[in-house]
Design a protein around this ligand. Structure first.
Ligand code: 13P
Ligand code: SF4
Length: 304
């Protein structure tokens, strides 16, 4: 059944001149049917450099919006229209406008996990893979960073010369990592290294041996000479790690780290998307043009 669906999807993707891209947090069978699997920065770059006319995005709404911002000439489809991001919903353009009025002259750095109209009001964007580099590139004594408070607190430690003004947003999936559970897991597996995403709370990051974006975590665990890891990010990342290094042990906390929105993207959705060429995600020009400025400014900062 799964293989049959995947075959039909691949055939239709060819006929439709479509590129299928999936975030690492999507279910394994969706990752396996995609042309490219990556973190949010990698996916944006792949969409932008592709010569295909249709992009099928298996991820969440703000990611498809970013693809639309970067490639207005392409048809950008989101596999499941209901796949949103609660963190992105923790900021609106009206709220940001008001905050900017309170902070004249202070640059705004916005995490890509945000709506397009918020990006349009920002000076520059970042992802978890480049947040510190982007913050450094601003070279400013004060910066308003939105919407992820935990990511802002994490990078603040490395850049004391800049006062980072926080926005009270967070990712419910990463925010739920439980300190007691983590300490117990570490005790049971003393040889395991802890790899965490910076969307986790500061008290959790203090327990980590390695902190990075999803692609950074995958690289670290699969290339390390150690064999056991506690994974503190959405558990979809374990699929590519097991494919690459099945000999290693990937442990997860008792309370699962699952993003219900990423998991909404199913093979049936991908097939339907290709059959109907809907739902289309299209950012209106008056928002796209200023948002593109902030995204392009980010992309000009080299990634690790
Ligand atoms: P990255 O893909 O940038 O690591 O982001 C994680 C995330 O939560 C995406 O929603
Ligand atoms: Fe949003 Fe968190 Fe899900 Fe990423 S993992 S899409 S930040 S809710």
């Amino acid at each position: 059944m799964t293989e049959d669906l995947q075959k039909r999807i691949r055939k239709l993707a060819e006929e439709r001149d479509a590129l299928i891209i999936s975030h690492y947090y999507c279910v394994p069978e969706v990752q396996d049917v995609a042309d490219f699997v990556g973190d949010s920065l990698g996916l944006s770059q792949e969409a932008a450099s592709s010569d295909k006319s249709v992009i099928v995005f298996c991820g969440v709404h703000f990611m498809a919006e970013t693809a639309s911002i970067l490639c207005p000439e392409k048809t950008v489809l989101l596999a499941d229209i209901d796949a949103g991001c609660p963190m992105a919903d923790m900021i609106t353009a009206a709220e940001l406008k008001k905050k900017k009025e309170e902070l004249p002259g202070v640059p705004v750095l916005t995490y890509v996990n945000s709506p397009a109209d918020v990006k349009a009001l920002s000076d520059i964007c970042c992802t978890s893979a480049n947040a510190l580099k982007v913050m450094r590139s601003l070279n400013s004594p004060r910066v308003l960073m939105t919407p992820d408070r935990n990511l802002a607190l994490y990078i603040q430690k490395f850049i004391p010369e800049t006062e980072i003004i926080l926005w009270p947003g967070f990712c419910p999936t990463h925010h739920r990592v439980n300190l007691k559970e983590l300490k117990e897991l570490k005790k049971e597996h003393p040889a395991a290294l802890v790899a965490a995403h910076p969307e986790c709370q500061p008290k959790i990051l203090e327990e980590a041996d390695f902190i990075s974006s999803t692609s950074g975590i995958i690289k670290f665990c699969t290339e390390s000479d150690r064999g056991e890891f506690i994974i503190l990010t959405e558990e979809g990342v374990i699929h590519p790690m097991r494919k690459k290094r099945p000999d290693k042990v990937y442990l997860t906390p008792q309370t699962p780290l699952v993003c219900p929105n990423m998991k909404k993207n199913s093979l049936e959705d991908v097939l339907k998307c290709l059959e109907t060429l809907t739902p289309v995600i299209k950012v209106p020009e008056e928002i796209r043009v200023p948002a593109l400025r902030a995204v392009e400014r980010m992309m000009a900062v080299p990634r690790d």
